[in-house]
Design a protein around this ligand. Structure first.
Ligand SMILES: Nc1ncnc2c1ncn2[C@@H]1O[C@H](COP(=O)(O)OP(=O)(O)OP(=O)(O)O)[C@@H](O)[C@H]1O
Length: 736
């Protein structure tokens, strides 16, 4: 079993941080590789093995944590992951206006494919061919509607499982980076969230420096993210993912929006990562010929079918076999897309069938090659030795006879027989799936994963709260505008409604001032949130790809966001309230009325924010900016100048949930209730009906209101709306 054990050890050592070089397929290893051992003690394993050695002696030298030099990191390697998918279908059910019924549309039609560790793969195809859909399904981003088999290193795995998702990350096109944080702060936040606090700060700093220097971003450490170029932002997005060192990286059009030199740098970086053992799959649109040939593998889709898959360098011969001759000096990528859209008079069905046949041949070839590797025939491709010749024959046999579908055990036995005939050492007793089992169980040999725990919910909350507060502090422009506008409106209202709160004959004018105050707090609370939270929640969608624990991260992000946003409406509304109350003659300090007034305004603003979150997060922005105000308007109707019993029983529930009604009633009660002394009646007036404030409350049909009811309605409705938003978002994020 020596050989299998060696292969397992190799399996762990696919990647690194620049301090390692490795060629696992040929068994050449000379790397410095860090890991944490089972007793959670940090150690560095220095591994060396003789090249192409069949006996493969691997020396492991343990160094202790103190020996960590600046360039060392806790992650120096990633698991090698070969990803296969078979008969992958994706169907959506949607309403057809033409047919006035729901119809089912198949988007991916049972495609097969394989993406291997160490390869940089491009997924190409015309617009709408299914590239993003394929990546979404493979990354586990989309589950419902998809069928088929996905295999990780030969073992079937559910793309819905946590273990599967931990293997990969998905870097989406739009960067979701916080512009008010520096590169270093962004990286440290991600490291704290992903690695938790079992890893020391020094180790995290080493890791960050290492990743940034690999990605040529070291010199931008203290630069704000919004000052980075497009290419640098893309690299930072990749750097953030590399913190957890996932073996599989999906990138949605990583070169879009970049100039040619940034494109080139980006592809260089991806090549480098692939050479460290990562499996890199990216969608790409019309790359230049130079860029195109730097990809190792190409997967082409057309209308949800695979039109070509294989090495980039084999594309032209493959097309030539189908009588499609790419003109000299023509960009092969352009030619491929021209073929895919039906130019050059090609029969696409024939091409799709040929691609399918090629796929099966390649699968068989690799299968035999893997077994050959297990029984020490490593120079199969070089064609030396009698064993290699026999294997090649066997390979042909297997490739051509697809109907036979021999089992792994059968092929293995055949290999053993061939090896024996060829006179080799028969030191492999039976087919061993241990290597694959370890991957299936997500327990790779020497895995460092189990010791790395993301930060707890409370720590995530504190970290994100701190981040939000930093962003709020640095982004003071909008805050100043908000504060200034509140002060200006307070001055304006104060000018229009000067001293209306003092006199009995201006009670109705005071009512209008109160109503205006509520509208101001409603709209300034709700609208900014509607417009900004979409982006935030879209970025949570992005977070799904970061292998975060959705529930925890979502709750902590939302909570921290809310906490960090409380101060703004509170300060702005309080400023508005104190100024306008003074100017309108409502600054009554008896019975703490002024403080009730300010608290009620702040509560209305916070509840309006909660509704803003609800509409902004759950509806498209265009719809949300319409629905939000309409709903505010509807809620205002129930209870404004109408008694509870005047409302049709069918709609009385709206009276209870109306936070605007609760706010208005509370404020009226604050200013005219709670045994307020009689109001002034100007000398030139013969009679003031509202001389006694309780008559005004009676007139407005709110004489039976109490403060407890108002505050409870505001607290409960903001809490419920916020919770509801969270539940819906959680559901939406987990609905894949
Ligand atoms: N949920 C869905 N409902 C309806 N149609 C969908 C859905 N998802 C994808 N499609 C359709 O499937 C097809 C493939 O979409 P996909 O986004 O995967 O294409 P693409 O190759 O990535 O395109 P592009 O290069 O323009 O981004 C499109 O016609 C798209 O309209």
């Amino acid at each position: 079993m020596t050989v299998i054990q060696e292969l397992k050890t190799f399996d762990g050592c696919g990647g690194g941080t620049g301090s390692s070089t490795t060629d696992c397929t040929k068994g050449v290893l000379a790397m410095k590789c860090c890991t944490t051992d089972a007793s959670s003690k940090l150690s560095i394993d220095e591994i060396s093995a003789p090249s192409t050695s069949s006996s493969g002696i691997i020396k492991i030298k343990n160094l202790n944590a103190n020996e960590l030099s600046k360039g060392d990191t806790i992650f120096s390697r990633c698991k090698e992951i070969d990803l296969e998918f078979e008969n992958l279908k994706y169907t959506v059910r949607k309403f057809s206006f033409a047919e006035k019924n729901f119809i089912t549309k198949e988007i991916l039609h049972g495609i097969n494919g394989v993406f291997r560790s160490g390869e940089l793969s491009a997924v190409m195809g015309p617009s709408g061919s299914g590239k993003s859909t394929l990546l979404n399904i493979l990354s586990g981003f989309r589950i419902s509607g998809s069928t088929g088999t996905v295999k990780v290193n030969g073992k079937v795995i559910s793309t819905n499982s946590e273990k599967y998702r931990e293997l990969s990350c998905y870097i989406i096109q739009d960067d979701m980076l916080r512009s008010h944080l520096t590169v270093g702060e962004t990286m440290m936040l991600a490291a704290n969230l992903k690695l938790g606090y079992n890893v020391t700060k020094v180790q995290k700093e080493n890791l960050i420096n290492n990743i940034l220097s690999q990605l040529s971003l070291q010199h931008r450490y203290n630069v704000f993210v919004d000052k980075l170029s497009g290419g640098q932002k893309k690299r930072l997005a990749i750097a953030l993912e590399l913190i957890s060192n996932p073996p599989v990286l999906y990138l949605d059009e990583p070169t879009t929006g970049l100039d040619s030199s940034s494109c080139s740098q980006c592809i260089d970086l991806l090549k480098k990562l692939a050479s460290q053992g990562h499996t890199i799959i990216c969608t790409i649109h019309q790359p230049s010929a130079m860029l195109f040939e730097r990809f190792d593998k190409l997967y082409t889709l057309v209308d949800g079918y695979c039109m070509y898959q294989g090495p980039v360098k084999e594309l032209i011969p493959f097309l030539a076999d189908q009588n499609l001759l790419c003109p000299t000096y023509h960009n092969p990528a352009d030619y491929l897309l021209e073929v895919a859209v039906g130019d050059h008079n090609c029969d696409l069905d024939k091409l799709i069938n040929a691609a399918n046949k090629k796929y099966h041949e390649d699968v068989d070839f690799n299968r035999v090659k893997n077994f050959a590797k297990q029984i020490h025939i490593e120079k199969l491709e070089l064609g030396t030795g009698s064993a290699a010749n026999k294997l090649t024959k066997s390979l042909k046999f297997l490739s051509l006879d697809h109907e036979k579908q021999p089992t792994d055990e059968l092929v293995f036995e055949e290999m053993k027989a061939l090896k024996a005939t060829a006179g080799g050492n028969n030191d492999v007793d039976s087919y061993d799936s241990a290597q694959e089992d370890s991957l299936q169980q997500n327990q790779p040999v020497n895995s460092t994963k189990p010791l790395i725990k993301p930060a707890s919910f409370f720590m995530q909350y504190l970290l994100l709260l701190n981040r939000n507060l930093i962003c709020v502090r640095r982004n003071y422009g909008p805050y100043l505008i908000r504060l200034t506008s509140h002060i200006l409106v307070a001055l304006l209202f104060g000018y229009i409604y000067r001293n209306v709160g003092v006199n009995a004959n201006t009670a109705l004018a005071n009512y209008v001032y109160i109503y205006g105050t509520l509208l101001l707090t409603l709209y300034t609370g709700k609208m900014p949130v509607i417009l900004t939270c979409k982006r935030n929640y879209t970025s949570y969608n992005g977070l799904k790809s970061l292998n975060e624990r959705y529930g925890l991260i979502l709750k902590s992000i939302s909570l921290s966001k809310r906490t960090s946003q409380f101060d703004r409406p509170c300060i702005c509304v309080a400023c508005y309230a104190f100024i306008s109350l003074h100017l309108t003659g409502n600054d009554l300090f008896d019975e703490n009325r002024i403080y009730y007034f300010v608290s009620l305004c702040i509560m209305v603003s916070i509840t309006a924010q909660a509704y803003g979150f609800f509409f902004g997060a759950n509806f498209p922005t265009k719809l949300a900016i319409f629905l939000g105000p309409v709903w505010g308007c509807v809620l205002s109707v129930f209870g404004f100048c109408s008694g509870y019993l005047d409302i049709t029983p069918l709609f009385r529930w709206m009276w209870h949930i109306s936070f605007m009604r609760a706010g208005l009633h509370g404020i009226l009660n604050t200013l005219y209730g709670m045994n307020r002394k009689p109001l002034d009646c100007p000398e030139n007036m013969m009679y003031c009906h509202f001389h006694k404030p309780k008559y005004f409350l009676k007139f407005m049909k709110v004489d039976d209101v109490n403060m407890f009811d108002s505050f409870t309605t505001l607290f409960v409705s903001s809490g419920i709306v916020y919770l509801l938003t969270l539940i819906i978002l959680w559901y939406k994020l987990n609905k894949r």
